[in-house]
Design a binder for this molecule. Sequence first.
Ligand SMILES: [Zn+2]
Length: 286
Amino acid sequence: MIGAWHAVAASASPSIDPKLPQAMLQGDAVLLSLQLPENYELAYALFAGKVLRLQPLPQPKKRRTNHLSNYHEAVVAAPTDSVPGLYSVKIALLNRHGDAWHFVRQIEIKQKRWGIEHLTVPRKFAELSAQQRRRAKQEKQQIRTAFTQSAKQRLWKTDFQRPVAGKITSPFGIRRRQNNKPRSPHWGTDFRAAVGTPVRATNHGQVLLTGEFFIPGNCVFVDHGNGLITGYSHLDKILVEHKQEVIAGEVIGYSGSSGRVNGPHLHWSAYWKGNMFNPLSLLNLY
Ligand SMILES: [Zn+2]
């Protein structure tokens, strides 16, 4: 595939009008979408150092004639630490004869105002013991390793939906200070959710990992394919199993206060090709 970036252009440039917003915020995801020209069958994008294939809506093979199968899409996310400015999204198309054609679109990554949150907790809860730190580090690695197992095939369909209806209590990326000491930023979106609130898969996918972890508590991670994963933490109860297929809106667990938290809520997280991004931006893709 990489060779496509360097290939000589096919004799006639196909007419193509990819849809991509002009700008996005640091840590947000947007949709890149295009209608494949006749005779072209594959489209790839290169953004933020990651290559991914644009893919049509997943649908039964028999219905390939559906016109929607011609629209190829991919989610691209701006790293949280990207320097604001203009960035290139390189797009390569391949036709049935192996000819490649590529072009570049630009997108501006804008500075996000992350905000800051001050937390005060009793000192005995503030620091982790060496053993707790070791466990947390090991589990983080276990989760990261599971992420590498994301399906190449797109599993998500169109609109993403909220995992719970509750109000947002802590936004993605907010900088945190605990007892006036800097802590790592908040890499998820917290929703108010009483213990036992049904938590729903935000799109179609397959359960990539479930488990009971020290910091995030009882978790479910759903693979939406093509590098896109969402996570649901601090659950009271997990209702799904590893490799189980889930559909958008399916109840995958009940919210709770498991793990290292002050009270019940749902922590929703999202990952693109291993980078965390703001899950709320998934609600505005279309
Ligand atoms: Zn959280």
